[in-house]
Design a protein around this ligand. Structure first.
Ligand SMILES: NC(=O)c1ccc[n+]([C@@H]2O[C@H](COP(=O)([O-])OP(=O)(O)OC[C@H]3O[C@@H](n4cnc5c(N)ncnc54)[C@H](O)[C@@H]3O)[C@@H](O)[C@H]2O)c1
Length: 325
């Protein structure tokens, strides 16, 4: 099978491309390297069945041309990361909606299957955890940029299902919960690589807010496995799935665990949201996926512990010389 991976030079995309190649598929990566990097896929360049194009998924003719050359697509290209979203809301909305529209339009010509990456952010401020796919979404006001990411991704899902119903495109939407592992960068506000870097450098570990907000962290390899099972499932077509881990930890517990796994003497400090982002920043107090639907359709349960996830990130950053070899 030949697969178009938009955002394939990014964090999840590079791991997905690697796995596709390893199982004998061909991969065509389209990435504009805005948050991704060629470093993530350098080891794949020159491998049998691997092609990459540096360009934008906003380039409609390019997306159409690449789609014509593949059997299906995994659409990961997006403006990602809370910091980026708060700082560049226009870019976020235009990229996320425009790129998805191009991918779906191109796929509709020959009804190519598409897996569309969405996010747990779409559940917004909902307090009824765990979040199930059919739950109502509870987003904040349009005057707060933070919610533009969730809203753009929710619109991507609506667009995907509209293409499915009206034009017969076999789509599957995946709501990734916090996904972590090697190659994720802390630059855009990703908490695990940030904490690990701070711990390895002996700098204060900066917890935003009171740290009692909870998250569930899944390993990127588990996210890739779940996505590939969904891409290959006819039953999944026309549906949305939560993908992630359901082990809930507070950000304070995460900071303690990072300290423990790195053996760091860093102090844990709390930074008010207003100082970390802009005034009026809103966060979700809890974010836990209901994984029953994913398990029912694919038989998949997350396998990697949070301790292992942290150890993998520590090993990668140490191998890059962070905090000394
Ligand atoms: N990592 C997570 O925890 C997480 C959680 C929820 C959802 N997601 C979703 O998963 C997908 C992949 O995210 P990621 O964590 O790998 O982030 P990432 O930033 O590493 O990947 C996104 C990739 O898309 C590329 N890109 C951005 N705009 C583009 C454009 N216009 N044209 C072509 N390429 C473009 C970037 O350069 C990058 O390589 C995204 O759609 C994101 O919204 C990720």
């Amino acid at each position: 099978m030949r697969v178009l991976v938009t955002g394939g030079a990014g964090f999840i995309g590079s791991h997905l491309s690697e796995r596709l190649l390893a199982r004998g598929d061909e991969v065509v990566v389209l990435d504009d390297l805005s948050t991704g990097s060629m470093e993530n896929v350098q080891h794949l360049v020159g491998a049998d069945g691997f092609r990459h194009h540096i360009g934008s998924a906003l380039d409609e003719p390019l997306v159409a041309e690449l789609m014509d050359s593949v059997d299906c697509a995994v659409h990961l290209a997006a403006a990602v990361g809370v910091r980026l979203i708060v700082e560049r809301p226009t870019h976020t909305i235009e990229t996320n909606v425009g790129a998805t529209e191009n991918v779906l339009k191109a796929a509709s010509k020959q009804r190519r299957p598409v897996l569309v990456a969405s996010t747990s952010e779409v559940y917004g401020k909902s307090a009824s955890v765990p979040f199930a796919e059919d739950d109502d979404l509870h987003l904040g006001p349009t005057t707060r940029s933070r919610w533009s990411y969730a809203c753009s991704k929710a619109l991507d899902e609506w667009l995907a299902f509209a293409y499915h119903r009206e034009k017969g495109v076999p789509v599957v939407c995946v709501r990734f919960f916090n996904t972590v592992g090697p190659r994720q960068v802390g630059r855009y506000g990703m908490v695990v690589p940030n904490f690990v870097t701070q711990a390895l450098l002996g700098k204060p570990i900066t917890v935003y807010g009171d740290g009692e907000q909870t998250r569930c962290f899944g390993h990127v390899q588990d996210a890739v496995e779940a996505s590939l099972r969904l891409l290959g499932s006819e039953v999944a077509v026309g549906h949305v799935f939560n993908v992630g881990s359901d082990r809930e930890v507070t950000i304070n517990q995460l900071a303690e665990l990072v300290k423990e796994r790195t053996g760091s003497s860093s102090e844990i400090v709390r930074v008010p949201y207003e100082q970390a982002y802009a005034e009026g920043f809103e966060d979700m107090p809890r974010r836990v996926p209901d994984l029953a639907k994913l398990e029912r359709v694919t038989g998949f349960r997350p396998r990697t512990s949070l301790e292992q996830i942290i150890d993998d990130v520590v090993a990668e950053l140490r191998s890059k010389g962070v905090g000394g070899a």
